[in-house]
Every structure is written in structure tokens, then in C-alpha cells.
Design a protein around this ligand. Structure first.
Ligand code: PEP
Length: 243
């Protein structure tokens, strides 16, 4: 099943979350055959779960800490997230890697912790523009995957991978669907039958161009997920593609 995921980043108060989700659930009513995921900020998880718990829309978090509890000021554990209805966590988003200095080793610890707790991680990988220009895209992706999954046996059915070229995120300049397809098929060559999402300037107009690629198994959407109508249109594009 395809996965269409919304990453709201640092956006929306609790009231804005309620207003969005009430509208969004109406817009996706009756849609089947696709996994839909909303990842609001931590502060909105509680109100989001109240609204989503009886629906088919799943709840995710944008980050987590790998320890169970303790002296880690400002961090959130997986038990705390599970308690709020979270079933997915985005791990290693490029904004975490490049703004907050997350290393591959830290990402590896988070993936291991998610798997131990039964929360499905969405592992984000992607090259910077200078890597792409130097012809290093596949090398970078391979290295990020190997380090993030180091010490783990085959986990291809327990995680999702999001291919998000750093230069495409929030830039209005998406990858060419054919270029994304090449990277997705390489990721599957390395990991086996894993679900691979594309992310980076997806919008209602271009969503189906990605979804019709054979190895694009879903989308991770930032900016265009902030409006319920726009995100619902992207969800619907995944169903049109199947028909
Ligand atoms: C993201 O942050 O994961 C993302 C893909 O953002 P955008 O859709 O805004 O490029």
C-alpha cells in the first residue's frame, strides 16, 4: 500500500490543528487503499490523536530520542509518543541533519529504538546539491542507509525510507520523477522490498508524476501538506494512480 505522509514541521497551534483535521477527515472520507499519515509538531499530538483515533489516518512524530527516559532536557521518548497514539516517526530528516547536526550514528540509535518499541521509522536520506553535481548521489544514499541501519538484520518490512534530495526540499524545485525513480530503485537494490517515499517540493500538480514511477511507493510532503485541501488532493492522486 502506498503511504502519503504530511510533515508539518514547526507549524500549527492546537486550534489550527483541530480546524485542519476536522476539515481534512471530511475531504478523505471514503478513500481506501492508501496509508495516510499526519506528523504535526509534538505540541499538537494530543489534540490530533483525539480527532484521528477513530479514523484511518495515522499519527506520526517528526523526531524522537533513543533513550527511554532520564536527564535529556527538551527531548521526547518513544514511550511518550506511543502514549499519544503515535505509530510512525520521521528519523534523520535533512533539517535535523543539517540544521541540528544529527549524525548518522545518532540516526542509527533512533532507528534501533523505534524498532524495539514497535514504532515504524521513516528514515530520510538525500544528497546535497554539491553531491549531485559531483555525481555522488548514489554513494551518499548508500552510505546514509548503511550507517543508519548498521547492526540491524533485514528490516525492510519494518521501516519506510524517504528519498528527499536536500536541494529539492522547500525549494519549489522538485527532482525529475525519472531521477527519483533511479534512486528509489537503487535503494531497493540495497535493501530489498522496502517502501520508498519521495519528498521534495511535491504539490497537487506534480504528485501523480512521481506516483506513477514504478518504485515510488508514496510521498513525504512538507509545505503542500499545510493546507488540508492541497494535502487531500495529493492523497487522491495516489488513488487515481492505482485505478
Ligand atoms: C519535507 O520537509 O520533508 C519536505 C519534503 O518538504 P517540502 O514538501 O516543503 O519540500
Amino acid at each position: 500500500m502506498k503511504l502519503i505522509a504530511a510533515n508539518w514541521k514547526m507549524n500549527k497551534t492546537t486550534q489550527e490543528t483541530k480546524d485542519y483535521l476536522e476539515k481534512f477527515l471530511g475531504l478523505v472520507e471514503g478513500i481506501d487503499g492508501v496509508d495516510i499519515l499526519i506528523c504535526p509538531p509534538f505540541t499538537s499530538l494530543c489534540v490530533a490523536w483525539e480527532i484521528l483515533k477513530d479514523s484511518k489516518v495515522k499519527l506520526g512524530a517528526q523526531n524522537c530520542h533513543y533513550e527511554q527516559k532520564g536527564a535529556f532536557t527538551g527531548e521526547i521518548s518513544l514511550d511518550m509518543l506511543k502514549d499519544l497514539g503515535v505509530s510512525y516517526v520521521i528519523v534523520g530528516h535533512s533539517e535535523r541533519r543539517w540544521i541540528f547536526g544529527e549524525t548518522d550514528e545518532l540516526i542509527n540509535k533512533k532507528i534501533i529504538a523505534c524498532l524495539e518499541k514497535g514504532i515504524r521509522p521513516i528514515l530520510c536520506v538525500g544528497e546535497k546539491i554539491e553531491d549531485r553535481e559531483a555525481g555522488l548521489t548514489l554513494k551518499v544514499i548508500e552510505s546514509q542507509l548503511k550507517l543508519a541501519l548498521s547492526g540491524l538484520e533485514d528490516v525492510s518490512d519494518k521501516i519506510d525510507v524517504a528519498y528527499e534530495p536536500v536541494w529539492a526540499i522547500g525549494s519549489g524545485n522538485p527532482a525529475m520523477p525519472e531521477d527519483a525513480q533511479l534512486v528509489h530503485s537503487y535503494i531497493k537494490e540495497l535493501l530489498g522490498k522496502v517502501r520508498v517515499l519521495y519528498g521534495g517540493s511535491v504539490n497537487p500538480k506534480n504528485a501523480s508524476d512521481f506516483l506513477c514511477m514504478p518504485d515510488v511507493d508514496g510521498l513525504l510532503v512538507g509545505g503542500a501538506s499545510l493546507d488540508p485541501l492541497s494535502f487531500a488532493q495529493i492523497v487522491k492522486a495516489s488513488c487515481a494512480d492505482k485505478a
